[in-house]
Design a protein around this ligand. Structure first.
Ligand code: ADP
Ligand code: ZN
Length: 370
């Protein structure tokens, strides 16, 4: 087991990261890790384990031996974004309160971003905060959503409109969960890895690209990518926990991506695919502002992403209008994360929407090229 430097925020909370070596079984290590970070006065009600039903089906032995059903109480969650709802949140609250639960009862989230966000928010709100443990099982959750303390659910009025910053006591990473990850979910996480490649460490561009191809997806490489990504994200979050300055760098490609996801109605394009297109757009704008950046690392992955965006080509004005409505843009101009060169992000206000039109045109053009 490899313990990475922990994340300490201004409000004195500390989140530890335990990354298991490939082939090192989570089952032998999870409970000791939990014990190490738990309340020194002892835990007097069994942990509540909120687990994605698909993950439990594919990894029952791994999960149950790490968190024995005799000690833990299991809450199974139907897979999918629909579970990030007030109804599911209430389901967990009802489940927890109808049994034994104390201020120090651990709540363990085993699943992807949906499980982590929902269970994290339940942990934040139950009895004003239960100790939370994240066990991310998708690449996206490992490299992104389980790190940084964002929790939340969706409301009819918008995604992630209800939530809290709430750091886990620890995040337990076992990359062997990814053995069963569907191919499209891999790409979702890889987009965020490439993002870290552009904003911080260009080595991740190559490594991320190697992970996109199933033939070059090696356990040791995967382990290193998770390790570097967690360190980059936690480093940025530690310096800027609430998104005033540096944390905004993590939005590289995302202002474009959110517009595309919204226009798509969150139906066909997943977050990683949208971020992939959004990064191509952000690199284009960077280039027009003197940035020395190469989009080849992204374009070389076109066949893996296989994104078909033709249906949006006639709707560029809508995409640009949606970018102005992004909650991170406070007035009519748009703040974008651009690159001076790989590893050197900067925030820039864009006053002229024409450049955003051009950027979208560029995305559609390069993704269609044979
Ligand atoms: P994300 O982590 O991308 O935000 P979700 O939490 O919605 O997304 O998980 C994406 C899908 O992958 C869900 O259908 C979930 O059940 C499934 N899933 C999560 N982890 C695994 C895994 N290790 N193996 C197989 N399927 C998984
Ligand atoms: Zn993202």
């Amino acid at each position: 087991m490899h313990q990475l430097p922990s994340l300490k925020t201004a409000d004195e909370t500390e989140c530890r990261f335990f990354l298991f070596q490939p082939l090192q079984e989570l089952r032998q290590k999870a409970l000791p890790a939990l014990a190490e970070t738990s309340d020194p006065n002892g835990v007097d009600a069994g942990p509540i384990v909120v687990v994605d039903r698909n993950v439990l089906a594919a990894h029952r032995a791994r999960v149950e031996s790490a968190f024995p059903p005799g000690i833990c109480r299991y809450f199974e969650l139907p897979p999918g974004e629909g579970s990030k709802s007030i109804a599911s949140w209430k389901g967990i609250i009802d489940f927890a309160l109808s049994g034994q639960v104390r201020r120090n009862t651990p709540l363990v989230a085993v699943g992807g971003g949906v499980t982590g966000d929902l269970a994290g928010f339940a942990a934040a709100s139950l009895l004003r905060g239960l100790p939370l443990y994240q066990v991310p099982t998708t690449l996206l959750a490992m490299v992104d959503s389980a790190v940084g303390g964002k929790t939340g659910i969706n409301h009819d009025f918008g995604k992630n409109t209800i939530g809290a910053f709430y750091h886990p006591e620890a995040v337990l990473f076992d990359t062997e969960f990814l053995d069963t990850l569907p191919e499209r979910e891999w790409l979702c996480g890889i987009s965020e890895v490439l993002k870290y490649g552009y904003i911080r460490d260009s080595k991740l561009l190559e490594q991320g690209a190697a992970l996109a191809n199933p033939a070059t997806r090696e356990p040791q490489l995967l382990w290193e990518v998770v390790h570097s990504s967690v360190m980059i994200k936690s480093g940025i979050v530690q310096e800027d926990a609430r998104e005033a300055g540096k944390r905004a760098w993590l939005n590289f490609g995302h202002t474009f991506a959110h517009a595309l996801e919204t226009l798509d109605g969150y139906r066909n394009i997943n977050h990683g695919e949208a971020v992939y297109a959004g990064m191509i757009a952000a690199l284009y704008v960077s280039g027009t502002r003197g940035g020395r950046v190469d989009n080849e690392p992204l374009l070389s992955l076109r066949t893996w992403y296989n994104l078909k965006l033709n249906r949006f080509e006639s709707q560029i004005d809508k995409l640009v209008a949606l970018m102005h409505h992004d909650k991170k843009n406070r007035d009519s101009s748009i703040q974008l994360v651009l690159l001076e060169e790989p590893g050197r992000p900067k925030l820039e206000r864009i006053e002229d929407p024409a450049i955003l039109y051009e950027a979208w045109e560029h995305v559609f053009r390069v993704l269609e090229a044979p």
